[in-house]
Design a binder for this molecule. Structure first.
Ligand code: GLC
Length: 421
């Protein structure tokens, strides 16, 4: 339809009005890389651009947070202004702190409405380097219909998970679903494996790799037992291929209807419940199991929006960050994309909780999630995490066992630490 002339004129006047206030800029935003990110981040950023006389371009980062960070660090080294707004993983602020704008001047205190622990995580040397965008914690997704069919309850312990997965897998395979899997998760050698393995270790009482004072605690029998237990899943209830799975690989299998259990982040809920999803209406969500009931642990994940220090449009980029992290947009993203808000009040929002029952029921999982040792290790976190995921991957691939791998890992971490973090 061709717009009628008076609409055109009104639009022009509006555009001129906003342009006078702040000159038109082209802002490139990094929004995440899965289908939901494009729809629930890209769309809102573009709408903001249109309303404010700016052009918004989307940059799709690599799906793996590890590759995403590597690329960003190259761009920072070159002082590149290509990206204006950057989506920052919760474990990055200490790593990329020198390349981000202090947002205090723009936030005008808006951060006070967000979870204080996330704001503290994003504050380095007194500078607010990112506005919280969404928070994450590891969850257990299960097939409600299949647990009912086999008269099973969602597992409270890893043993229950393994035995029920075996039972259902055997039953479904015998019934003709020959590729059916018991459990899918993230076991590729990358940051996602650090997240999954920290959950196993913490749920066995094996600590958090490095404690809050910087002591290397990972070389302990409970942690070794956790890794050895996870290794028994590979090739039994989980496919051998899980050693190369990231989030989207696991979701692909689960959403096709070919797995009973999946460990993943909240975003998988809205995609699994989408109208074209084969498992729509059949998904349950619970806290992850523990070595004993009630001891499950979830790794804290989540993303912030930040402004690149080398951006040529810092003011407009910061305005976009404030808009995208506002209650209005966080609510839309929660309802449509099951991204957990970082604004505390939104957990009382009836529409959000209706669309994502787990956000209400599992609130303690989100508020009690275990942080990776990123704050204490600062710039060295990527090396620490890589050493941990490599050690874990070797145990899962049965190249070594938990005890030997963790003894070696302790030595490696001491080398990385030297005298201090
Ligand atoms: C999710 C989490 C992020 C984590 C990543 C690992 O995106 O939000 O914190 O690092 O998964 O793959």
């Amino acid at each position: 339809m061709t717009p009628r002339p008076h609409h055109l004129l009104a639009g022009l006047a509006l555009a001129l009005g906003t342009m006078a206030a702040s000159s038109a800029a082209t802002i490139t935003i990094s929004c995440g890389s899965n289908a939901a990110d494009l729809e629930w981040c890209g769309k809102f950023a573009e709408e903001w651009g249109k309303a404010n006389g700016h052009t918004v371009k989307l940059y799709t980062p690599p799906a793996s947070t590890t590759d995403n960070l590597a690329l960003l660090r190259q761009q920072f080294a070159a002082k590149s202004s290509d990206l204006d707004v950057i989506m920052v993983d919760v474990v990055w602020p200490g790593v990329i702190k020198d390349h981000l704008v202090d947002l205090k001047k723009y936030s005008k205190g808006a951060e006070a409405k967000h979870f204080p622990a996330i704001v503290a995580n994003n504050t380095v040397d007194g500078k607010l380097l990112g506005m919280p965008f969404f928070t994450d914690a590891g969850l257990l997704f299960y097939r409600k219909d299949l647990l009912e069919k086999y008269k099973l309850q969602p597992p409270k312990t890893w043993d229950e998970l393994a035995s029920s997965a075996k039972k259902v897998m055997e039953g479904e395979r015998a019934a003709g679903a020959k590729d059916f899997q018991g459990f899918v998760f993230q076991a590729k050698a990358y940051e996602g494996l650090t997240c999954d393995a920290l959950e196993w270790v913490a749920s066995f009482g094996g600590g958090e790799i490095i404690d809050k004072s910087g002591n290397i605690t990972i070389n302990n029998p409970n942690a070794a037992k956790a890794l050895d237990t996870a290794a028994t899943w590979i090739g039994t209830i989980a496919p051998q291929g899980v050693l190369n799975y990231a989030e989207e690989d696991a979701r692909g299998v689960f959403q096709k209807g070919e797995a009973l259990y999946m460990r993943n982040w909240p975003y998988a809920w809205s995609l699994g419940q989408a109208p074209d999803s084969p498992i729509k209406g059949k998904i349950g969500v619970s806290a992850l199991p523990g070595a004993t009931p009630g001891k499950g642990a979830a790794t804290l994940g989540g993303w912030q929006l930040a402004v690149n220090k080398y951006s040529k449009n810092v003011d407009a980029a910061a305005a976009l960050v404030m808009h995208m992290t506002s209650a209005e947009i966080q609510k839309k993203r929660a309802i449509g994309g099951s991204y957990n808000p970082t604004i505390m009040d939104l957990y009382k929002d009836a529409e959000i909780v209706k669309a994502n029952p787990f956000m209400g029921e599992l609130l303690p999982v989100f508020t009690g999630a275990v942080a990776r040792p990123a704050t204490v290790t600062g710039l060295k976190y990527p090396e620490v995490s890589q050493a941990f995921w490599d050690a874990t991957h070797e145990v899962l691939s049965k190249k070594t066992n938990g005890t030997d791998a963790l003894r070696k890992l302790e030595g490696k971490l001491k080398q990385v630490k030297r005298t201090k973090w």
